[in-house]
Design a protein around this ligand. Sequence first.
Ligand SMILES: [Zn+2]
Length: 485
Amino acid sequence: MTTKVLGAATVAMALTTPTALAVEYKVEYKKDNSSNPSLWDVPEKRNVLTQITVTSERPASFTLANGLQVVVIPDHRTPIVTQMIWYKVGSADDAPGKSGLAHFFEHLMFKGTAKHPPGEFSRTVLRVGGKQNAITSMDYTSYFQRVPREQLARMMELEADRMTGLILKDENVLSERDVVLEEFNKSVANNPDRRFTEQIRAALYLNHPYGRPNLGWRQELEKLDREDALAFYKRFYAPNNAILIIAGDVDPKEIRPMVEKNFGDIPAQPAIPAKRVRPQEPTPAAPRTVTLSDPRVEQPTWRRSYLVPSSSTAAAGESPALDVLAQVMGGGTNSYLYRVLVIDKQLAISTGASYHGTSLDPSQFMISATPKPGVHFVEIEDAIDKVIADLAQNPARAEDLERVKTQLIAQAIYAQDDQVMLAVLYGRGLTTGLSVDDIRSWPDSIRAVTAEQVRKAAQGWLDKKRSVTGYLIKESAPKCEEKRS
Ligand SMILES: [Zn+2]
């Protein structure tokens, strides 16, 4: 299966920095060579001027007696439908010592049931010309199929069946663990940028499980077994811990009986709490730094992450102000960081800033820069600190504010042009504490942001005590230990 690459937004944000909800749609997905077909296409960046809003129709929503929440998003442009089931469990819900289990389990969901042997679900999707994939993030795990409209009933039968009907045997669990370890080797161990992201994250979160990597720590990952998987399955995979999203050319009235038929008899899991409560961060007291050196680093990178509220934890207006601040600082060649570091002072090749608002618990505001050859990190850091100090003191210029608001809203609208992304927008918001109305009113909340709110966001949240500054450098000489061997 593919895995959401956490931190990919940071990695990819160099010149143009999509932020906020918009950045979330653009997260990269990586394919691996596991047994299941990966059919995900990353949506192309679209021409800003030729797009229209997908629909202004409000999604229909209902909840079954067993707690399954259902959201139906009308999209009548093509006779295609996307089914996406979202479980409110992610890698931040892995028990201590079991990091990586949520993602590992995502792979195991393709191992077949008594009714449908391994591979049947995937083959069925392929046969009808559909697409499928799965995502594990810190806060959720989701599975989707995009198929011709008339195949929805079949897809729903298969998805409902594996909610509780999975058959896990030692041999298929352990062989899939090898697949996941290989994924770890490829996407983390051999990827300095990903390791850098993980080290910064681990230093930023002193107490919250967001500090653990999405794929887990290797020494824990390699011990996960069938019993762990079964306990996790029983605990978290239940209708009252899930949201079913159907986007496409459907009538909400025909969906309800279909959902009742397929999911209605699955019992709720009484152990699921009404609200997820995780260990929270103490008040940050000290700036931290992380230096990661690796022989494979091609370009040194400077990065800083601040602990900031998410859209679910922020006070009213604060999260959209952080969205706008990130775009003012790092969105494209008109951004403040680009103008100062790349154009005026010629210290950096690229700069970026991003804010990840869609998160159940406090999130990150990230700034990055790639120094020009010969430029020291201290010069980069001084220049960035001056930009931050300026933003904390002086309100952003009116024309800059208008421009970035338009960019943010446009990005959000164009992302909805893709039906899967439309489903992702709702699933991601709903599994991280937002309501349908919060998600729909996001453009209005961006429009309402004032220059003073942006200044206050910079002043209040971009405080070094709340941050980790990271330096990714090339390791030139071999290590001492290696010389001796
Ligand atoms: Zn994976």
